[in-house]
Design a protein around this ligand. Structure first.
Ligand code: GDP
Ligand code: PGA
Ligand code: MN
Ligand code: MN
Length: 595
């Protein structure tokens, strides 16, 4: 490795962590590393050419309260970024990491969170150091990995240090919790200690691709968001629309970006996958809003993924593609994997282990109904395995963005879709995204909370500055994107979902593009424009869905008025929020009162 800055960085942390050896890895080393992981029992075969791993049972989700953004400027303190002074966090992490990799290999993973040659490439290079071979294998699937990405960069790379720690002895969830996940954003340094779960340990993806990226984007004029990105081509007219959007973790981004293609709605539309979790967005020299997916893989929620809900995902993890399953159920005799919603539950329990590695056949009666797979169990596969990955997904110029959507799990109030034309109202809508938290976040499943633009776990600076940055970036685009709020998760009295979701979600998106083009008018409401029933393509929807449609195309005025009060309190937390956002809030509130 010719970059002396990287060598110095590696030598420094090898000294701190006490690692026994250092090994630089590239994607080309994958097959050998897989063999080593299998030999060490860190990975198990999952059928032919796929793999299985289990993380420690108290280490299966991102841990927000242990995640901190540190800088040397207290003005960076926000409500959700858990800001701490860098001078406090750095010594703490060095102390935790000292000697903590003794006897282990320290892998050096040079990576790029961008297509090669993009205008944002200079913010995208990093070197993750990790003492965990599973993290290496997942990083190789999730990002572009190789020494060629960093040789010529000098000191311009993110330093991302991951030390697993002694997982059974970290006091997870107790007052003496030793886990600390820190992004020192103004030093472009990431220090994560105490987890091997992907969301805490794949530093290219989560800590750099989102937190560090968002900070760099704020300082340098671009947006970094927890967004999926997809393209819809109308084969009859040849028109193509690219839509990106944020839903909180485990609320449908991967499914939306993956499941719609390629024969969506009777073969008229072709839906291409660009990304399912992160988008970097900027305005180019011609004033065009553009975006790309910085990742090279998918880290998808396994639960409920099956041939019907998401055939594309099933295809992308078929035998032989090198996918890695984490924390699903595993059969140690047949090497099969299974999760809730995969299909019929195996009736022959022989060989089946649950996500904790415990034998299902030996379960005590009171645990008989417990899930076999963890609700946040995952599959990891590279983009090249996704059948509808866009041909131009690696285009360094990205794609033009026509629409920005926000959504989440909201059991009432939020209609199927409401379109928003005004930029400030669109940004306001993102900032007031309220949804139920999911199993992707430790200990919070089902809790209703606000999650601005779905970036709450990844915020790296203050919400007021974030709002202004959004107004500035979108404001600079010559043609503004249409905004929309979507909700696939409204429930009936019996708890059923009122909308069939998954592949059917193309219908409201098509309506949105027709609306942007002026082909449909929709129905004006105080909270945006919703589809008139007859404007939606309803071909082939089942009876129940047709019967439930009126409910999800209705605005519940009283419930919305109550919501405006909650929003006011939510926004009031953010000192210095741009006046344009408050004005948008007041416009919506007044329109509701008058309606
Ligand atoms: P992400 O974490 O935001 O990428 O969310 P995923 O797409 O992985 O979905 C998370 C969970 O929500 C999975 O269990 C999905 O099966 C489920 N899900 C995704 N889309 C829909 C939908 O349209 N309707 C319903 N009912 N569930 C969905
Ligand atoms: P998700 O991605 O949003 O698809 O769940 C992983 C994460 O955010 O932890
Ligand atoms: Mn995510
Ligand atoms: Mn996802």
């Amino acid at each position: 490795m010719s970059n002396t800055h990287v060598r110095e960085y590696v030598a420094h942390w090898a000294g701190v962590t006490g690692a026994e050896r250092v090994e630089v890895v590239s994607a080309a080393d994958d097959a050998r590393l897989v063999q080593e992981a299998l030999a060490a029992g860190e990975l198990l075969p999952a059928g032919d050419g796929n793999y299985y791993s289990r993380s420690y049972f108290k280490d299966v989700a991102r841990t927000e309260e242990r995640t901190v953004v540190a800088t040397s400027d207290e003005a960076d303190k926000g409500v959700y970024n858990n800001w701490k002074p860098a001078s406090e966090m750095k010594p703490k992490l060095i102390e935790l990491m000292t000697g903590a990799s003794a006897g282990k290999t320290m892998y050096v993973i040079p990576y790029l969170m961008s297509p090669k040659g993009s205008p944002l490439e200079k913010f995208a290079a990093g070197v993750e150091l990790t003492d965990n071979i599973n993290v290496v294998l997942q990083m190789i699937r999730m990002s572009r990995v190789g020494v060629e990405y960093i040789n010529d960069l000098g000191d311009n790379f993110v330093k991302a240090v991951h030390v697993t720690g002694d997982l059974p002895n970290l006091g997870q969830g107790t007052p003496d919790d030793k886990r600390n996940f820190v992004t020192v954003a103004d030093e472009r340094t990431i220090l994560h200690f105490g987890s091997s779960y992907g969301g805490n340990a794949l530093l290219g993806k989560i800590a750099h691709g989102l937190r560090q990226g968002a900070y760099d984007g704020w300082k340098n004029g671009f947006l970094v968001e927890q967004f999926m990105l997809l393209g819809i081509t109308d084969k009859e007219t040849g028109a193509k629309y690219n839509i990106c959007g944020g839903f909180p973790s485990a609320s449908g981004k991967t499914n939306l970006a993956m499941t719609l293609a390629p024969d969506a709605l009777g073969d008229r539309y072709y839906v291409e996958f660009y990304g399912d979790d992160i988008a970097w967005i900027w305005v180019d020299e011609d004033g065009v809003l553009r975006g790309f997916n910085p990742e090279n893989g998918v880290f998808g929620v396994a639960k409920d993924t099956n041939e019907k809900t998401n055939p594309t995902a099933i295809d992308s993890i078929k035998p032989g593609v090198g996918a890695i399953f984490t924390n699903v159920a595993y059969n140690e005799k047949t090497q099969e994997v299974w999760w809730e919603g995969r299909g019929d539950k195996p009736t022959d329990l022989d060989g089946w282990l649950d996500w904790k590695g415990e034998r299902i056949a030996d379960r005590p009666a009171e645990e008989a109904d417990a899930p076999w797979a963890h609700p946040n169990s995952r599959f990891t596969t590279t983009l090249a395995n996704v059948p509808n990955v866009a041909k131009d997904f690696e285009d360094p110029a990205g794609v033009e963005i026509h629409g920005i959507i926000f959504g989440g799990r909201t059991r009432d109030r939020e209609p199927l879709i409401r379109a928003i034309n005004d930029v400030a109202e669109g940004v306001y809508d993102g900032l007031t995204l309220g949804a139920e938290a999911t199993a992707a976040t430790d200990g919070l499943e089902g809790v209703l909370r606000y999650d601005p633009m779905s970036m709450r776990p990844f915020m790296s600076y203050s919400e007021a500055d974030y709002a202004q940055h959004w107004l500035d970036v979108i404001g600079a685009a010559k043609e503004k994107p249409v905004f929309a709020h979507v909700n696939w998760f409204q429930r009936g009295d019996d708890g059923r979902f009122l909308w069939p979701g998954y592949r059917e979600n193309l219908r409201p998106l098509l309506w949105l593009m027709q609306y942007k083009n002026g082909e449909v008018k929709g129905v004006e409401t105080p909270v945006g424009v919703i589809p008139a029933r007859e404007e939606l393509n309803l071909d082939g929807l089942d009876e129940q869905a047709l019967a439930d449609l009126d409910t999800i195309l209705t605005i519940d005025k009283a419930r919305w008025q109550q919501e405006m009060g909650f929003r006011e309190k939510h926004l009031a937390q953010f000192d210095g929020l741009p006046e344009a956002i408050w004005e948008a809030h007041r416009r919506v509130a007044e329109a509701l009162d008058k309606s």
